[in-house]
Design a protein around this ligand. Structure first.
Ligand code: GDG
Length: 492
């Protein structure tokens, strides 16, 4: 894979390192991180002898560096920790990132806590990250910063005198201008982002929202909006802005899913749910994922279409996340109350409507659920992309599954032609889609699933890395025709 012509090394910077440090007895152990980003970037970093800079996710302790050094030998690229203390974790991570930017950028501004203390800590932590880059970077390196925690990292890199090329990718949506305007530090955030050379968003809509906010809030910017990659001129700098929909390691999922281990696990799990279609929902515990709304729709479907009773089971996996935050604890209670209520109302001898799992599955179990489920119900209220729906399709080796997908997932831009599209707030609409999916004849399922899998196969995670890096290094904007990224607007 091309790691970017001209770049000596690639330096990835993200809030979290692609490994986890866990306590073991009196010492610590490093475990590899999972996920698409690691799969995609690891070979590029290894190939170029690159570095990954980030937080370990736990308070810094002596010995972490040694541990990471030996882990680096296994990964084939350097792992550089950014030590954060408890106040950093509280005000930068939980505070600014997850109580302000996360809800605001998912259009849920009433959940934001605009505490000024969070802002100052966010700035100081972004500076820490920039200093770590400076300590470790060499002339000719390309720095690729990830996500909403680090929007100011590029600004601080320039401020402390680093003149490396630096790109940024936002994994979550960028909100419409009237929502972004609520952010007390709106102009400062936009101006900081303009210190990156390339800004990547998940969809054309996110990119357009960002450009509209720039036009509204930053006087003096000149926009050239033509093509999938636009340019912004500001204070003598040229910034490229593009839409690059992230994806999955499609072939890796197909390969692993095709194993005997996964096939056996899928068979055992489905045997426990005989004579019925399994509907799967897999989400991190998060209010953006629309889990309670999904339960309302499922309950409506069981009332409205009694033939579904005993014939479908919803397996809802909720992966623990941010569980120290009171709002997430409250969401967990709400989910568990609804599971109890719906199961209490509909359960019959030999059939329970919702099977609820509050834990992380291992990869074999995850793939087994993907493989066995006849329907995937992916209904986030808003989502940057949503990888679960792509993984589900990749694992649908027999083309038997139906994808029900929220119009407000970034993935809608690519998958709308094969999925049943729903508005997650429309309880009756989602309920009817569940029934449509349940009754869909085999040939139509096959046709739709084949289409979905082709789309994901063509634009996989390696396509994503290459497209971003090409945009970072290419000199010619005509290399990025508008058609390379689709746009989806509901009702059109
Ligand atoms: C952010 C944006 C954007 C889930 N359950 C288990 C498990 N998972 C894995 C899935 C998938 C990942 O977690 C979840 O990715 P999503 O994309 O669905 O959601 P976020 O975590 O919110 O990610 C999102 C993404 O960044 C990438 O840019 O798409 O919009 O919010 O890969 O497989 N993995 C295992 N067990 C589980 O139980 N092993």
């Amino acid at each position: 894979m091309d790691g970017g012509a001209g770049a000596k090394r690639l330096i990835a910077v993200s809030n979290r390192l692609p490994i986890r440090i866990i306590r073991e007895g009196r010492g610590y152990r490093c475990l590899p991180g999972a996920g698409g980003l690691v799969t995609a970037l690891a070979p590029v970093l290894r190939d170029r002898g690159g570095l990954w800079i980030g937080w370990t996710g736990s308070p810094y302790e002596k010995g972490h560096e040694l541990l990471l050094e030996s882990a680096s030998k296994e990964t084939g690229y350097g792992l550089v920790p950014v030590p954060l203390d408890n106040e950093d974790e509280r005000d930068y991570y939980y505070g600014f990132s997850n109580e302000i930017i996360w809800p605001l950028f998912h259009d849920l501004q009433t959940r934001c806590k605009f505490n000024p203390r969070y802002w100052y800590r966010y700035l100081s932590v972004n500076k820490k990250f920039a200093l770590k880059v400076k300590e470790n970077a060499k002339v000719g390196d390309y720095v690729w910063v990830h996500d909403y925690h680090l929007m100011h990292c590029g600004f601080f890199m320039k401020k402390i005198g680093l003149s490396l090329r630096v790109g940024f990718f936002l994994h979550i949506p960028f909100p419409p201008v009237d929502i972004f305007l609520k952010l007390p530090w709106r102009k400062k955030v936009l101006e900081a982002l303009l210190h990156y050379d390339l800004l990547g968003f998940q969809t054309m809509r996110d990119k357009r929202n960002f450009l509209n906010s720039l036009s509204a809030l930053v006087p003096g910017v000149k926009l050239k909006r033509r093509g999938a990659v636009s340019t912004v001129e500001y204070l003598g700098r040229k910034i490229r802005v593009g839409a690059f929909p992230i994806s999955i390691d499609y072939k890796g999922f197909v390969r692993d899913c095709d194993s005997k281990e996964v096939a056996d696990a899928a068979w055992y799990l489905h045997e426990a749910l005989p004579d019925r279609q399994v509907i799967i929902g897999i989400d991190r515990l998060d209010y953006t994922k629309g889990i309670p709304e999904r339960f309302f729709a499922f309950s409506d479907a069981l009332s409205r279409f009694p033939e579904l009773r005993g014939r479908v089971s919803l397996v809802q996996v909720v992966v623990p996340s941010r569980t120290e935050v009171p709002e997430y604890q409250e969401l967990k209670r709400e989910i568990e109350r609804l599971v109890g209520e719906i199961n209490g109302k509909f359960t019959q001898s030999g059939w329970v409507p919702i099977h609820y799992l509050f834990r992380s599955l291992d990869r074999v179990q995850l793939l087994a659920y993907y493989r066995l489920a006849e329907i995937a119900l992916i209904t986030p209220l808003k989502d940057g992309m949503n990888l679960v729906c792509k993984e589900y399709c990749a694992c649908n080796l027999e083309h038997r599954g139906v994808l029900i997908l929220s119009e407000f997932a970034g993935a809608a831009t690519q998958l709308h032609s094969g999925a049943l599209m729903v508005n997650p707030y429309d309880i009756e609409g989602v309920s009817k889609a569940i029934f449509t999916a349940y009754s869909m004849p085999r040939p139509e399922r096959k046709k739709r699933m084949k289409r979905l899998r082709q789309i994901i196969k063509k634009k996989d995670i390696f396509w994503w890395v290459n497209t971003f890096l090409n945009a970072a290094f290419s000199k010619d904007l005509k290399d990025f025709p508008r058609e390379s990224v689709e746009e989806y607007i509901p009702l059109r």
